[in-house]
Write a protein that binds this ligand. Sequence first.
Ligand code: ADP
Length: 328
Amino acid sequence: MERKIQKIAVLTSGGDSPGMNAALRAVVRSAIYNSCECLAVYQGYQGLIDNDIRPINARGVNNIINKGGTILKSARCLEFRTKEGRQKAFDNLQKHQVDALVVIGGDGSFTGALIFSQEFNFPVIGIPGTIDNDIHGTRFTLGYDTALNTVVDAIDKIRDTASSHNRLFFVEVMGRDAGHIALNAGIGAGAEEVLIPEEDMGLNRLLDSLNRSKKSGKSSSIVVIAEGDKTGENVFEIAAYVEKNLPHYEVRVSVLGHMQRGGAPSCFDRVLASRMGVHAVESLLKGHDQMMVGIVDDRMVLHPLEDAIKGKTPINKNLIRVSDILSI
Ligand code: ADP
């Protein structure tokens, strides 16, 4: 039987990403717009277990659309991986008479959400918040666009030094399993080469390519490497190998690290978060459950959570070709 949804709880979980606050704002305001009450859960699943759950109103999400991170805080919660932990979470939601839950997070958070929803027959909708853009069923995840802009901005600055000193820079960007950030930021920042987990280009091809660059008159170069690239153990190892084999290059390494996750969300991420938040609430009210909100061809869609956590969005292979052509 379809339950009438009158009270919606919302939490952020897993790695934070820019746009989570904008999504929270959209969930809270569209819930209230639709005559529902809204509750904020702090510290992700840990807050569900510890009963860190408080009412939130439309004014409670003032002035957050422009803020990175998450005002609800996020936490990794081991206890939620146990049946006992999830039972506590369910009991607390019952205590507050919550009818449905919106989870803003990545695939780990969605895995927990799905298990919880199946176990207790509790309606859940997910909003994909991760800078890696690696969740199946949505063209974009929240925070990805902001992270791309942050990375391009950082590489632009590194390029100033690279060209002033005739250096070869290896820039490591986030992306353990997915090369979306590396590939797109690489093209956007005009990198000579981009190394991503999806394509093992091999160190020899990298040497050939850098040799060609040198011969064609380039005195400095930028190579963008995703964390999860398979060419070498890590960016320092690759840099050392290249320096040994191409002694005419003065090599430097820059690991961008966590700065890629922070900062004010881009306008694109704010709009995406706003649309996703509204769609999440409207979908719950229509009786949808165990779904993730996504964007495909500029339309809001629902995608089963079960499928979203299984697959990855493949990289656009045409971008590799574009990158190769433009780095002559
Ligand atoms: P992300 O959502 O960014 O992928 P994590 O993988 O750290 O981040 O997952 C966030 C949280 O989701 C975990 O701390 C845990 O509480 C919950 N979670 C992840 N996987 C499971 C699982 N298999 N069962 C129950 N909860 C899970």
